[in-house]
Design a protein around this ligand. Structure first.
Ligand SMILES: [Zn+2]
Length: 125
């Protein structure tokens, strides 16, 4: 859709419409879930397996998997916190690479994304 009207209204930030309340609720929910997940993983990681069991041990495998998951959850939490911060600052939904508005459909799926669809594709390929 190419409406001049819409692009004027979306011009950088200051628009009056607030699709963001919904996103904020979702970000907060995902943040709460991610923190719970982190607590769960850290509890598991407290029981460090005996590394003398050797590389092939399922205990060690599981521990290392949890360690990798924890790293991912930490990154997710940071990204959700960033998104919430940009909501506060009023620049939520702006692509950090090209400065364009991120597609609302994309934000619905990935509320903490910082890239519009074009930039995300350019980075991936
Ligand atoms: Zn972009």
């Amino acid at each position: 859709m190419k409406s001049a009207d819409a692009s004027n209204r979306n011009r950088r930030g200051k628009s009056k419409k607030q699709p963001t309340q919904e996103h904020q609720a979702r970000l907060l929910r995902e943040l709460a879930e991610a923190r719970e997940e982190l607590t769960r993983l850290e509890r598991k990681l407290e029981h460090r397996p005996d590394f003398g069991l050797g590389q092939g041990s399922p205990d060690i495998y599981e521990w290392e998997m949890n360690l990798a998951l924890r790293k991912r959850v930490l990154a997710k939490i940071a990204s959700l916190e960033d998104a919430l911060k940009s909501l506060d600052e009023g620049d939520y939904g702006i692509c950090e690479r090209c400065g364009e508005q991120i597609e609302p459909e994309r934000l619905d799926i990935l509320p903490d994304t910082t890239l519009c669809i074009r930039c995300a594709q350019r980075i991936r390929y």
